[in-house]
Write a protein that binds this ligand. Structure first.
Ligand SMILES: [Zn+2]
Ligand SMILES: [Zn+2]
Length: 183
């Protein structure tokens, strides 16, 4: 089966100094975010990049476009909005990954995605870059007022929402004290 994240780069690798434009439309890989918030697996992702050939591998620079979805952490409203990430990565030749190479790379180093033979594999890059980019503050809008803690009403929609006035806790203490004194 064809791996949609893999791009053939054999000709590029043979010509250090040359460039290749990549424009991929793929499905989002799994594992971006969590069940509450993230880029849904299978949702459309577009990757545009320029690959530059160097002796030890390829340099990739570009942008990723996707959609993040989930629930507002204050009012639980559904959120769905576009995300755009700019990235820059290095894709070393497989032989550069070996320990005896003068320029060896660790697979888990940030921004390092080893080539698979004559192919550049963008799956890990898409997952990592989108995961990093996901909004840390998952709000429908920066000033979301959230829900009333007593009745669950959406405070963004109701004005001056309030409940029957409660006894101020400070007065409550005083009332209790009075009661004890009169016993
Ligand atoms: Zn909200
Ligand atoms: Zn309420």
């Amino acid at each position: 089966m064809k791996n949609e994240y893999k791009v053939p780069v054999a000709a590029l690798l043979r010509n250090p100094g040359s460039r290749q434009e990549v424009d991929l439309e793929v499905k989002a890989p799994s594992g971006i975010g969590d069940s509450f918030y993230g880029v849904r697996q299978g949702s459309p992702v577009r990757l545009k990049a320029t690959l530059s050939s160097m002796r030890s591998g390829l340099e990739a620079k570009g942008e990723i476009f996707a959609t993040e979805e989930g629930k507002c952490s204050r009012c639980l409203k559904d959120i769905k909005r576009p995300v755009k990430v700019e990235f820059s990565a290095f894709m070393p030749l497989e032989k550069e990954m070996k320990e005896d190479s003068p320029m060896s790379y660790q697979i888990d180093e940030d921004g390092i995605y080893p080539l698979c033979g004559d192919f550049a594999d963008f799956e890990g890059l898409i997952r990592d870059e989108l995961t990093l980019q996901l909004s840390m503050i998952r709000l429908c809008r920066p000033d979301c007022k959230g829900l009333c803690q007593k009745c669950g009403a959406d405070l963004n929609e109701v004005k001056n929402h309030s409940h029957e006035r409660e006894v101020d806790p400070r007065f409550k203490k005083l009332a209790e004290l009075k009661e004890q004194m009169t016993k």
